[in-house]
Design a protein around this ligand. Structure first.
Ligand code: NAP
Length: 226
């Protein structure tokens, strides 16, 4: 496939590398080459199957608007914009484009979510809960999109609204913990990413899956099919 990766940061650069390894033709744009999405011209977008975005919460919405209006399928890994999800969903449906987003493209985290959903039943049996997340000092948004997703999932299953505590330190790739506490014991569930490879592989597989499809998809609903 012909892919365009937006963002040559820590994750975007690895996404491009993984996509090339999987036999795709990849172009990458960084911030200075795409101010206010100006590089996303009809000519540049026309030959592409999918655009993959790993940029910033400030840049991503302009990128989404231009790609969706051009009916170009898009995989968005960038977090920090989910307040706009209903508007983006309407935009995608009106344009009949293909769009897949996810706070966390790693299979391990999605398995962790399954375990968390099951364990959250404890909150209806006298346990209290907290969510902790740790990331590198340069991460721009807090709490992380993954922690927010975990919080929403726990609320859906148990009705409880858990507090999220965020730590920003050193080079931590991404650690998420769900801690459930009772007078008798404590349950700890933890996912600790060792590298960004899991995110990058998930994003490229998501792009392969999305090519030629229309619709609005959340990675957590489709990751088992990738
Ligand atoms: N869904 C997932 O699985 C997952 C996994 C990891 C990260 N993320 C999210 O992905 C995003 C990026 O994370 P990261 O760790 O890779 O951050 P990062 O290292 O700071 O990279 C962000 C990159 O975006 C570039 N950029 C900013 N505006 C742009 C634009 N208009 N066009 C093209 N590129 C632009 C920046 O370019 P310059 O360097 O030129 O300024 C920078 O290289 C964050 O929101 C993070 O939370 C999601």
């Amino acid at each position: 496939m012909k892919l365009l990766v937006l963002g040559r940061g820590k994750t975007g650069a690895l996404v491009a590398e993984v996509a090339q390894r999987r036999g795709h033709q990849v172009e990458v744009l960084r911030a200075a080459e795409n101010i206010h999405a100006a590089a996303l011209t009809p000519q540049r977008l026309a030959p592409l199957e999918v655009v993959i975005d790993f940029t910033t919460p400030h840049a991503v919405l302009e990128n989404i608007e231009v790609c969706v209006h051009a009916r170009k399928n898009m995989v968005v890994g960038t977090t920090g914009w989910y307040g706009e999800l209903p508007r983006v969903r309407r935009m995608v449906e009106d344009a009949a484009a293909g769009f897949l987003y996810g706070a966390n493209f790693s299979r391990g985290v999605n398995l962790f979510f399954d375990a968390a959903r099951m364990a959250a039943a404890a909150l209806r049996r006298g346990y209290s809960g907290r969510i902790f997340e740790r990331h590198h000092a340069h991460k721009k948004d807090a709490p992380s999109g993954t922690a927010g997703q975990l919080q929403r999932m726990v609320r859906e299953v148990s009705g409880a609204e858990l507090e999220i505590t965020s730590f920003r330190e050193g080079d931590v790739v991404g650690m998420h913990e769900l801690v459930l506490d009772s007078p008798a014991d404590t349950i700890y569930l933890c996912h600790d990413a060792k590298s960004r490879l899991g995110f990058a592989e998930g994003a490229v597989r998501a792009a392969e899956w999305l090519a030629g499809k229309t619709g609005f998809f959340d990675f957590r609903d489709v990751w088992r099919e990738l």
